[in-house]
Design a protein around this ligand. Sequence first.
Ligand code: TRP
Length: 349
Amino acid sequence: MTNEGAVTYKGPERVFSGVQPTNGLHLGNYLGALVKFVALQERFKECIYCVVDLHAITADLDPKLLAGNTREVAAAFLAAGVDPTKSIIFVQSAVRQHTELTWIFNCVARMGWVQRMTQFKDKAGKHAERMSVGLFDYPVLMAADILAYKATHVPVGEDQTQHLELTRDIAQKFNNDFGAPGFFPLPEGLIQGPENEKYGARIMSLRDASKKMSKSDPSDQTRINLSDDADAIAHKIKKATTDPNPLPETVEGLAGRAEAENLVGIYAAVAGVSAADVLKEFGGKGFGTFKPALADLLVTKLGPIAGEMRRLMADPGSLDGILRQGAARAAAIAEPVLDDVRKIVGFWR
Ligand code: TRP
């Protein structure tokens, strides 16, 4: 892994990713993150998956809901098939090294770099002065998440590519400024998106296929929640925006038909087949045939996951045990890294 004269990083390959505990996971999180997390367990020896509650408090959040939302995301990891004997699953605020490394990175990252982040600009709109310093600093905390473990591969959505570039800039500047060539890796993204099917589908709103499926959309009809029952799923798919034409026979025929492409993409991702396979079966058929088939598939696949999540949430003691063990394993990796960082920075020890 080299980058413009950077010394090659020689450490082991390691995957790190995080999901925010803002209430309610939806199909986009499931297909975009969880399914991919499960698949990566087979490809990489070390996968670390984090519920990023420190990031969550950059938005206004009810303290009474935070721990429950955190457990819910952890339960979703497990229900989707993340195996806590293979992967590390833990809660960000339970591992102090994240915040310590954030402070050090705050002194490495330049104002100009962080000011360029489009996600902050989008979230702040015209009111940047009224936003918390934490929201501004969000991507620096993300860099610390990744680099506290010297992670080399980071599965994320397309909207996080800029944050990953910042992570690489911070890693490189730290390595250069402190005379520690190759100390931090320059982590690579495993980006999901339309052009990169193998890292998971990009799932769009059911009502407007130009927007991502999102938990912040005011209309619940735009998304399938992991907690939706069979009736809700059937209703939302039935009402999903489409065009009047039958499905095409080939993937090329989906061009310019964003709504049709989204539903075919959802079917393919949930069934674990290609869009071409879906069109082999449904090409030439109308949405009157395709939508009920899609709803049935969703109910069959998501039902058991929702059930398993309920079972896990009903036994918070076991869930917390898994998370506590995960935090201990995470800290055992991060603490030696931080100990080297303290030495490199020159702190009294
Ligand atoms: N910002 C990420 C998102 O919204 C979540 C996140 C926080 C993350 N820390 C991370 C993702 C570290 C990957 C690695 O999707």
